[in-house]
Design a protein around this ligand. Structure first.
Ligand code: AMP
Ligand code: GLY
Length: 462
């Protein structure tokens, strides 16, 4: 059973269904894409996995259907302790327990973990008092500004302190990080998070962090730390998300406009640095803190000249990175999940296809603001298959789709991703965009530059 309803969960369902070990995959609640997958079905339950009641309903369903293994997609149910509930009932589930999920659910906690175990990251300070946070921000811009003035800026250019990154402590569905260019922006953001509670409890504490330049890379990994077994983290091939809405890092941030894998500029030297400076100390910390962690971990990196800094942990697979990474996995995903849960990951041999993946995301008109919903999605399956591509639905539900109907209607801002493989990054990109021409719905749009290193971060994150 895969818990979640996005494109990441569709990719997980699709990959699990390919396993010889798997008879049936339930998606809870799933979406219009998981409903149509072979060997798969959607759990027809109104169960919010973030509430105790919803978790109980899922548990009942899992027991009735004799589900052998549950895998959790999104962070919110993990932070709400769904793994603890399933384990207490004797059911196998892939994911960190509630305590370990704090690596994502609390930025204050995760930064203190990084510092305690020497994981390389941006310098930062945590605050619970808005007055102290404001004073620190004022100091930052004042002091850095004076330093910048001393450096004699190029003619005509005003001296400028580097930005300050303001991060809300709790889960905020992508709205919790603001890169403040000056004191007035930082002040507005700190006041909005801490005083006006724009993000509710999530903004009660904040982390103020040094701004890092570089290119962003996402490393997804399997992690298995089970009492009495050898604890390991096995990284997947690297991926890159493109977060800004428009080409070339323009426009507002989104949940992700597309992903590629592997990342050509994340070579052996950067990987070696990642293993030593990020992965190894993280594993040491997981062991030392006696976390029971059997699931996936996501390292959000900033890479400068092959030196990696950890921006954040996510305690799950990334979306849309998973839609690019899983099609490249050349081993049994169900077997991997089993090894993770049973503590046998050390012996598991992860294998990858010697290819590249590109997965641009098609979004609904208006996204990431308010967007249209309910439009039929037309798909020409021959055109998709002709490019060896695969559609992963996210904001799409079942429903009639017109003459070339996919049987789906739009139901969210990010509607679907089209994932294609190629022998080179260029070929993967070409095929994915070719295949996208065989998908249409009213108001559909997408970024044309997924996989092109077009901007400062190389990731479109602005
Ligand atoms: P996070 O949720 O911590 O990954 O932050 C979300 C996004 O904000 C990241 O993907 C980056 O694009 C950006 N970001 C976060 N921290 C920093 C930083 N210290 N320097 C530069 N950009 C950052
Ligand atoms: N792609 C970033 C995330 O899953 O949060």
């Amino acid at each position: 059973m895969v818990i979640g309803s996005g494109g990441r969960e569709h990719a997980m369902v699709w990959k699990l269904a390919q396993s010889q070990l798997v008879e049936k995959v339930w998606a809870a609640p799933g979406n219009g894409g998981t409903a149509g997958e072979e060997k798969a079905g959607n759990v027809g339950l109104e169960a919010d996995p973030v509430t105790e009641e919803g978790q109980r309903a899922l548990l009942e369903f899992a027991k009735e259907e004799k589900i052998d293994l549950a895998v959790v997609g999104p962070e919110a149910p993990l932070a709400a302790g769904i793994v603890d509930s399933f384990r207490a009932a004797g059911l196998a589930i892939a994911g960190p327990d509630k305590k370990a999920a704090r690596l994502e659910a609390s930025k204050v906690y995760s930064k203190s973990f990084m510092e305690k175990y020497g994981v390389r990251t941006a310098g930062s300070r945590s605050f619970t008092d808005p007055a102290k946070a404001l004073a620190y921000a004022e100091e930052h811009f004042g002091k850095k500004l004076r330093r910048a003035e001393g450096k004699a800026p190029s003619p005509g250019e005003a001296p400028k302190a580097p930005p300050l990154v303001v991060k809300a402590d709790g889960l905020a569905a992508g709205k919790g990080v603001v890169i403040a260019a000056d004191f007035s922006e930082a002040k507005e953001c700190i006041s909005s998070f801490m005083k006006r509670k724009a993000l509710g409890e999530a903004g009660k504490s904040v982390v103020l962090e040094e701004f890092l330049e570089g290119r962003e890379v996402s490393v997804l990994a399997a992690v298995s730390a089970v009492p009495g077994k050898k604890a390991v983290i096995k990284p997947f091939i690297a991926a890159r998300d493109h977060k800004s809405r428009f080409e070339g890092a323009q426009g507002p941030n989104t949940g992700g406009m597309g992903a590629v894998a592997p990342v050509p500029d994340f070579g052996p030297e950067a990987q070696k640095d990642f293993n030593a400076a990020i992965l190894a100390p993280t594993l040491k910390g997981i062991i030392a803190e006696k976390m029971d962690y059997r699931g996936f971990i996501f390292f959000g990196l900033m890479v400068q000249d092959n030196r990696c800094f950890l921006l954040e942990y996510n305690v799950r697979l990334g979306d849309p990175e998973t839609q690019a990474v899983l099609p490249l996995m050349d081993c049994d995903f169900a077997d991997l999940c089993k090894a993770v849960v049973e503590g046998d990951l050390a012996e598991f041999n992860l294998k990858w296809k010697n290819e590249y993946a590109c997965a641009p995301v098609a979004v609904a008109e208006g996204y990431p603001g308010s967007y249209r919903k309910g439009d039929p999605i037309a798909v020409n399956p021959a055109g998709i298959a002709g490019n060896g591509a695969k559609i992963f639905a996210s904001g799409a539900r079942r429903g009639e789709g017109g003459p070339l109907g996919s049987g789906m209607r739009t139901n969210g801002g990010r509607v679907l991703a089209v994932s294609a493989l190629g022998a080179t990054p260029e070929e993967a990109r070409k095929k994915a965009y070719e295949a996208l021409r065989f998908v249409s719905f009213e108001g559909m749009s997408y970024r044309k530059d997924i996989g092109l290193p077009a901007d400062r971060t190389g990731s479109g994150n602005g």
